[in-house]
Design a protein around this ligand. Structure first.
Ligand SMILES: [Zn+2]
Length: 201
């Protein structure tokens, strides 16, 4: 498997429908959570504070295919949560563990290795700017973030686009309506580093 290839190139090669077909999976429905374990995890560094949420798009419209991909050791990727277009929430990594969603990354505070201290949320979306996020999906993201902000000392919700190194490596979650998360009262850090917006809220 071309693990070293650019992730954008790699995900473009994946046959999501074939992955779905070999996978027994029933989406739980809006705002409901199911657990499908991923092996692509490790321990967080000792004593780390889980203070960041990273939002992504999956670059696929297929929830089951994405979930299956995260169960495969050869993918070398995972996220704590994946949100389907129907608002289903699939958890694959315990928040206490380190998921593999951010890759080479630096946050706005200059901290590298964002996987160490973040919770990754994948939002099922084709990622080419043609597919709107659905209302149930945006609601599920809001609800999940609200719960996580209560449980963990979250100090920022950021985008993969913002944290990815080098800048421009990622563009997700494309066109996400960040204003819908403003009521959480947590700084929202998105866009590109070079056009860095100051923390809000
Ligand atoms: Zn991403």
């Amino acid at each position: 498997m071309l693990i070293q290839a650019s992730a954008l190139f790699l995900t473009a090669m994946i046959d999501w429908d074939a992955l779905e077909q070999e996978f027994q999976f029933t989406a739980p429905g809006p705002n409901k959570v199911v657990w499908v374990e991923s092996p692509n995890i490790n321990d967080r560094p000792e004593g780390v504070k889980i203070d960041t949420i990273v939002l992504h798009h999956t670059a696929s419209s297929n929830l089951a295919g994405t979930v299956k991909w995260f169960t495969m050791p050869e993918s070398q990727v995972s996220a704590h949560f994946t949100i389907g277009q129907d608002g289903s929430i699939v958890q694959q990594v315990s928040c206490l563990k380190r998921a593999w969603h951010a890759g080479q990354s630096t946050d706005y505070l200059g901290r590298k290795g964002v996987n160490d201290f973040s919770i990754g949320i994948e939002i099922v979306n084709k990622g080419d700017g043609t597919e709107p996020y659905t209302e149930p999906q945006m609601r599920a993201v809001e609800l999940l973030c609200k719960v996580l902000v209560t449980w963990y000392p979250i100090q920022q919700i950021t985008s993969h686009e913002f944290i990815a190194d080098p800048e421009g490596r990622k563009n997700d979650p494309i066109d996400y309506p960040w204003e819908r998360l403003e009521s959480l009262g947590v700084p929202l850090i998105y866009g590109r580093k070079s056009e860095r917006k100051p923390p809000q809220g």
